[in-house]
Design a binder for this molecule. Structure first.
Ligand code: ATP
Length: 257
């Protein structure tokens, strides 16, 4: 079942408590089950920190995060994470990387092979099962990371600039693939990006964060129906929403300077 995310008065800082560098101001946010939310904001404003807290990789100094009615206390297979730098295990093949998550979830061996192969086929990596990360292009690495995250069927997908390191063409293909599978599986998605175009193309809702210590300063509903096609990028509605977000981010940059 898809899960909602509830962020309640979460604040964070790094360093010893007394000389803490504040990173997040108290932030509250409700993400409904099945929503696709993109997060934009100036560099260093705390986007990754916020997402890492939802993932359970960082625990908030103040406040709490609830995913599907349970307080987050650590990582869980119910929350799949995809990072920009792929985070593949270099000593494992494509198949081995995908198999690993399933093994952690306790899926029996024969079943693992079937599920892994299904996801390899879905992301278009059939024939590359036995290659190691060093033998893969950037796009293939990111497809492997996506297959690995999808194979364990997480109810929540957390993506931190997952396509940032890819060329424009591969990026566009993976964006459409992601939307297709989201429409089929209906996970709750939290997706960080620096790219306004990407944010409004993918999301049903775009959040804009302030400069560090960050908090959410705008919550923009993207009222464009799915399935989305590349042509929507040229509509007035799309460019207006992008301009609105751009102005907000620019104002935050200027405030930071
Ligand atoms: N483990 C850590 N220890 C100390 N400081 C940290 C740590 N992780 C992040 N920071 C600091 O916290 C701030 C927010 O970092 P974070 O990665 O969350 O920002 P971001 O909005 O994702 O940035 P970017 O858009 O550049 O990726 C930065 O100033 C960063 O240097």
């Amino acid at each position: 079942m898809t899960k909602s995310i509830s962020i309640r008065n979460v604040a964070h800082g790094f360093g010893p408590t007394k000389s803490e560098v504040p990173v997040l101001e108290p932030t509250s946010l409700e993400i409904d089950a099945g929503e696709f939310v993109c997060v934009l904001g100036p560099s260093g404003c705390g986007k990754t920190t916020l997402m890492n807290m939802v993932a359970g990789l960082v625990l908030p100094r103040e406040g709490e995060i609830d995913v599907g009615g349970e307080i987050v206390k650590g990582p869980s297979p119910a929350r799949g994470v995809i990072f920009q730098e792929f985070a593949l295990m270099p000593w494992k093949t494509v198949l081995g990387n995908i198999d690993f998550g399933l093994r952690m979830k306790g899926v029996p061996r024969a079943e693992r092979r079937r599920i892994a192969q299904h996801h390899i086929d879905l992301v278009g990596l059939s024939g590359s099962e036995d290659l190691y990360p060093r033998q893969l292009s950037g796009g293939m690495k990111q497809r492997t990371a996506i297959a690995r995250a999808y194979a364990v069927e997480p109810e929540v997908l957390l993506m931190d600039e997952p396509f940032g390191a890819l060329d424009a063409q591969t990026r566009a293909v993976l964006q459409d693939d992601l939307l297709k599978s989201w429409q089929q599986l209906g996970q709750t998605v939290m997706f960080i990006t620096h790219d306004l175009d990407e944010a409004f193309y993918l999301a049903s809702r775009v959040l804009v964060m302030s400069k560090r210590p960050g908090t959410i300063v705008a919550d923009i509903k993207v009222d464009i129906p799915y399935p989305r096609t590349p042509e929507i990028r040229f509509t007035e509605q799309f460019t207006e929403m992008k301009a609105q977000a751009w102005q907000l981010i620019e104002a935050q940059h200027n405030a930071a300077a």
